[in-house]
Design a binder for this molecule. Structure first.
Ligand SMILES: C[S@@+](CC[C@H](N)C(=O)[O-])C[C@H]1O[C@@H](n2cnc3c(N)ncnc32)[C@H](O)[C@@H]1O
Length: 290
């Protein structure tokens, strides 16, 4: 394979032949070509969550795609259904529920680490987050964790929401948080830093429908010039926003709490206005002593 364009065409051809939805309808193969070209002709380990076909059909389109594109790779796949009929010399399937952290840990202890992990399983946010939080430490430095179809974070059928998108704990929320995680060492407050998982990632590539998190090759650098600068900045930050600290921390732990608080405050204000207009005292914001 000479270049990325050839590799992209190769993925498109194989993916079309084996009816892999990564190619039609999703059109993800140009993004895979961009990030996976360096693996061509190399032995490496790839794990995909979700074989396809569910309990109705055999599935395995992407297993065919990866085996043909990377003949030297060892390919592992997880599904909640038995897909062992697809097992081959370099392809091994396992019955593991991606929402079960204990089972995932047992699996990676035996078979990890991996150069690439792709989550194309249930697409339910709790499952996706359990897998991400459990498996990302099993990606080698320089390797990728790929979240396919992360837009399901916006769809109720997958337990996501468009209306509540800024308040639900979803893969999209964690893709946004990844910017903070990549910049962990530029955060001034140890307290804030410790609230973020140390995934060791240094790249985030977000495309429509598919996102690639890349593990760092180098120790994450800090741009903070000196401890004196840091102390000074922490003090300034605290003077400006310190009084809201507990609100920020509650929101960071559970964004829905922020929504509930806003909702309660808004309701109290509306009750108060209504009571002023009607002349009947409300039980809301007024001090009951007065
Ligand atoms: C979209 S298909 C995978 C398609 C395949 N990766 C491909 O590109 O050809 C999703 C698969 O995830 C499996 N799945 C559903 N829930 C799962 C779970 N909790 N853990 C592991 N796999 C799951 C389904 O059985 C189904 O086979």
């Amino acid at each position: 394979m000479q270049n990325k364009r050839d590799f992209e065409e190769h993925l498109r051809t194989i993916g079309t032949e084996c009816c892999c939805d990564k190619v039609i309808p999703h059109n993800y193969h140009p993004f895979y070509a961009t990030h996976f070209f360096d693996y061509v002709g190399r032995p490496f380990k790839l794990l995909e969550i979700g074989v396809g076909g569910e309990g109705r059909e055999v599935g395995g389109a992407s297993l065919k795609l990866w085996s043909e594109a990377f003949p030297l790779a060892e390919i592992y796949a997880l599904d909640i259904y038995d897909k062992s009929v697809l097992d081959a010399d370099k392809v091994k399937t396992f019955i593991v529920d991606q929402g079960d952290a204990v089972a995932l840990n047992e699996f990676v202890e035996k078979h990890g680490p991996f150069d690439i992990i792709i989550d194309d399983g249930s697409h339910k946010r709790a499952d996706q987050l359990t897998s991400l939080f459990t498996l990302i430490s099993s990606v080698v430095p320089g390797g990728y964790y790929v979240l396919e179809d992360y837009f399901t974070s916006y769809w109720p059928v997958y337990d996501g929401s468009t209306l509540a998108k800024d308040f639900l704990d979803t893969p999209v929320r964690w893709l946004k948080q990844s910017i903070d995680i990549i910049n962990r060492n530029n955060l001034l407050s140890e307290e804030v830093k410790n609230m973020l998982p140390d995934w060791g990632i240094e790249e985030l590539h977000v495309y429509p429908g598919v996102a690639f998190l890349r593990k760092g090759l180098q120790a994450v650098r800090s741009e903070i010039p000196s401890s004196e600068f840091s102390e000074n900045q922490i003090e300034l930050d605290s003077l400006r926003y310190g009084e809201y600290k507990s609100l920020f921390f509650d929101y960071a732990r559970d964004p829905l709490i922020g929504l509930t608080m806003l909702h309660e405050i808004k309701k109290k204000i509306e009750d108060e206005i209504a009571s002023i207009e009607s002349g009947v005292p409300s039980k809301g914001l007024r001090d009951p002593q007065n």
